[in-house]
Design a binder for this molecule. Structure first.
Ligand code: SF4
Length: 304
């Protein structure tokens, strides 16, 4: 793990509560891109108290499914925790207080139990490989998860949820992309939050996946100081389309403790959404939504 960057004040306290980590690529990008630096560097405001915010509003730490390392909030989907680390610890991460302590599926027995769980529920057709970031694992380990679920007839989609194309794009090699593509069911969900993150290496990572026949979608998080203007968002959506990545969702920050300085007020978010809809065609326009605890769907911002 890298040393925290030097910063004034209470940064050491912040890092104690919400750890800092950035792989060399992410650190270098943060050092030259102020919008990316906001997502990487600890900020003393993370320790400010905020009404209504919780460490785990979606109950991700709970064992409600009764299957180690597997979470289920929706009838047709399950999430499998494949790792408890990432290429960087995003300061806006929903799991920022949970990463490092998460239940992670490692043994063959744990993986078999997850497969049995899915088989016992024929409605499940979409398996999310998440964590942490599955691509911190070696290729063979990634493929072990992909094959285990991709081989199930009832499963139509194996979603690899990874920020690697943005935070460590050289990890997305042509070889790994082709292995993932051969499964025939893999979709990649990634996260880019500003156009500057689409470096030549990042674009190449996305194109490796696309050329391997994998649909790639982007889930952006609306973040103050990063992308809280229609101009910044439109620049991002256009850059994503050039990289053949579908802008899929823009999320309002989750109601998670530790990110008060990154939240964008709802009124402002709606203004940005309206302006974006006038600035780009439907293929480039993602849905602006919020994940609401207890809801069985992503809620459009206009319904909040
Ligand atoms: S890559 Fe995703 S899971 Fe990992 S810290 Fe960032 S937002 Fe959280």
């Amino acid at each position: 793990m890298n040393e925290p960057p030097p910063a004034a004040g209470t940064t050491a306290e912040v890092v104690e509560r919400y750890p800092y980590h950035a792989c060399p690529y992410a650190r270098a990008l943060a050092d030259r891109c102020p919008q990316f630096r906001i997502q990487v560097d600890p900020d003393p405001r993370e320790l400010e108290e905020e009404d209504g915010m919780e460490a785990d509003p979606f109950g991700e730490e709970s064992d409600a499914a009764g299957c180690y390392g597997l979470k289920q909030r929706f009838a047709d989907r399950v999430l499998v925790m494949t790792s408890d680390s990432c290429f960087m610890n995003c300061r806006h991460c929903t799991r920022k207080g949970l990463l490092g302590n998460a239940e992670v599926v490692r043994s063959d027995e744990e993986l078999s139990a997850c497969i049995d769980y899915v088989k016992e529920r024929p409605a499940v057709r979409d398996v999310l490989l998440s964590g942490g970031d599955p691509l911190v694992l070696p290729d063979d380990e990634v493929m072990r998860f992909v094959r285990a679920f991709g081989d199930l007839e009832q499963v139509d989609v194996v979603r690899v949820c990874t920020r690697a194309p943005c935070a460590n794009p050289l990890r997305v090699t042509r070889d790994l992309s082709q292995r993932l593509g051969r499964c025939g069911k893999v979709w990649v969900n990634t996260q880019f939050n500003c156009a500057a993150e689409l470096t030549p290496d990042a674009v190449e990572a996305c194109l490796n996946l696309v050329r391997a026949g994998i649909p790639v979608s982007c889930q952006t998080v609306l973040l103050a100081g990063v992308n809280d203007s229609a101009e910044a968002m439109l620049e991002l959506f256009r850059a994503l389309q050039r990289a053949r990545v579908r802008p899929y969702y823009v999320f309002q920050c989750d109601p998670v403790a530790g990110m008060p300085h990154l939240r964008v007020p709802l009124e402002r978010a709606l203004e940005i959404e309206r302006a974006c809809a006038e600035g780009i065609g439907g293929l480039g326009m993602p849905r602006f939504v919020a994940d609401v605890p207890g809801s069985t769907r992503k809620v459009p911002l206009c319904e909040l």
